[in-house]
Write a protein that binds this ligand. Structure first.
Ligand code: AMP
Length: 432
């Protein structure tokens, strides 16, 4: 006899994960918190498609960045379009800003988004191939106050959900006037040390030398301590901009540290860059930033719009949920618990159960049922597990009489109630 073939067991794609019902409360909570804070600060929601034309990222983010050169999920459509799953939100917002002629709207334009991003990276703890971000963009304002406001709102959000002790790291990377001299100095410095740095950094020197400062290899980190620092290359305008960002943060009591090696992975940043980094972990595992952002004064122009200064921030929701869990921070479950369970028995009752359920639901009473089940015992067991206050037992006899039995779960006391009175009766008893 041939053995039956074992069915293939399917899994979510590598680096992607399901969000199970028991975890939904975290996501609901974060979304609610974010929405109320962002509305207070005058940000309007925008949603863009998950797919974009590849050029939005090639031109906007730059092909010397990891997320574009190595990590894009690409898709050639039957119609001949070359699309990608978006790896981040800002370039899409810039594309939408230009496409919809948003430059005529009152500025600064303050927008926020929430959604899945995709990067074909090496999956590991806290690094997924599909992850969720919510982000803020303030478009049309070059002032340092905007950068400080974004940092403040991001930090406030993290604090408001109980993530204390988040380190705000900030830096500036200058602009197109002063950065080229710094890049030359950095390249010369590393070219003289190619033997001492890792293979990836040797590549980075050619393509995007700033990224060398992102390297986590111990050897490269030691050498970095002696590398030239951007502060010594800033022109007066960039220096003043950065100084004033810090003054704003001081005035708002946002604790921050200056990290001269913070450059961030994307090409489009100018001047201010920042990251939100949790405190060191007790288990010594590397800490992962929960958010970051910066000013991107040239992005809209790079995508074909007019010269428009802008600044933004993105927070990584998967990492924030992981932090909440690791720190044992409980979040309220905003879905109200059911108060009533409808137990039905027999065909006539089962058929009338749906309208009865609907009537009670419409009266604003949280009710559950299990219409597929026939056994009263099994249904009462579920009612018990759900910790409802009342079980309504609706059998053949009750369906004919036009009544229903209300059973108080705690005492087991049962009472027959006419169907037309059940809503009022439940309302009264649940208020007590
Ligand atoms: P970025 O868009 O790279 O500036 O990232 C902003 C934030 O998104 C980070 O601070 C992380 O919290 C989150 N993030 C970025 N990449 C990933 C990833 N591969 N997996 C999970 N979260 C990520």
């Amino acid at each position: 006899m041939t053995k039956p073939k074992k069915a293939k067991s399917y899994q979510a794609p590598r680096g992607m994960h399901d969000i199970l019902p028991e975890d939904q409360k975290y996501w609901r909570y974060l979304q609610k918190k974010a929405e109320s804070l962002l509305e207070d600060y005058g940000f309007d929601r925008i949603d863009t498609p998950i797919l974009e034309d590849v050029d939005v990222f090639l031109k906007g983010v730059g092909d010397a960045t990891d997320i574009v050169s190595k990590e894009l999920y690409t898709l050639n459509t039957k119609g001949g379009d070359h699309l990608v799953l978006r790896p981040e939100g800002t370039a899409s917002i810039a594309r939408a800003y230009i496409e919809h002629g948003m430059h005529v709207r009152p500025h600064p334009l303050k927008l926020y988004y929430w959604g899945a991003m995709f990067r074909h990276d090496q999956p590991q703890r806290g690094r997924y191939r599909q992850f969720f971000q919510f982000g803020l963009e303030t478009i049309g304002d070059a002032s340092e106050a905007v950068d400080a406001e974004l940092i403040f709102v991001g930090w406030r959000f993290l604090e408001s959900i109980g993530l204390k002790g988040i380190n705000v790291q900030i830096n500036t990377i200058g602009d197109q006037n002063c950065r080229p001299a710094y890049i030359r100095a950095l390249r010369d410095f590393y070219k003289a040390r190619t033997k001492k740095i890792c293979d990836s950094c040797r590549e980075r020197i050619k393509e995007n030398v700033l990224r060398v400062l992102d390297c986590k290899e111990p050897g490269c980190r030691t050498i970095m301590q002696e590398a030239p620092q951007i502060m010594d290359f800033l022109d007066v305008d960039c220096k003043n901009h950065f100084r004033r960002v810090m003054e704003f943060l001081d005035a708002a009591d946002v604790p921050y540290v200056l990290n001269p090696y913070l450059v961030r992975g994307l090409d489009y940043y100018t001047r201010t860059v920042f990251e939100f980094v949790p405190e060191d972990r007790a288990d010594g595992a590397p800490v992962l930033s929960v958010g970051g952002g910066g000013r991107y004064d040239r992005l809209i122009e790079l995508l074909g719009g007019s010269k428009t200064p802008a600044s933004g921030l993105a927070l990584g929701l998967d990492r924030i949920v992981a932090e909440l869990k690791e720190r044992d921070i409980s979040v309220p479950d905003t879905v109200a618990k059911p108060k009533v369970f409808l137990v039905q028995l027999g065909d006539a009752a089962k058929r009338k159960s749906l309208p009865l359920f609907e009537e009670i639901r419409r009266a604003g009473i949280r009710i559950k049922s299990s219409l597929g089940r026939d056994s009263v015992k099994a249904q009462l067991r579920i009612a018990h597990r759900l910790e409802v206050k009342y079980a309504l037992i609706f059998g053949q006899k009750e369906a004919l009489d036009g009544t229903v039995i209300a059973r108080e779960m705690e005492t087991g006391v049962q009472e027959n109630i006419p169907l037309e009175k059940i809503v009022d009766e439940l309302k009264k008893r649940l208020r007590e």
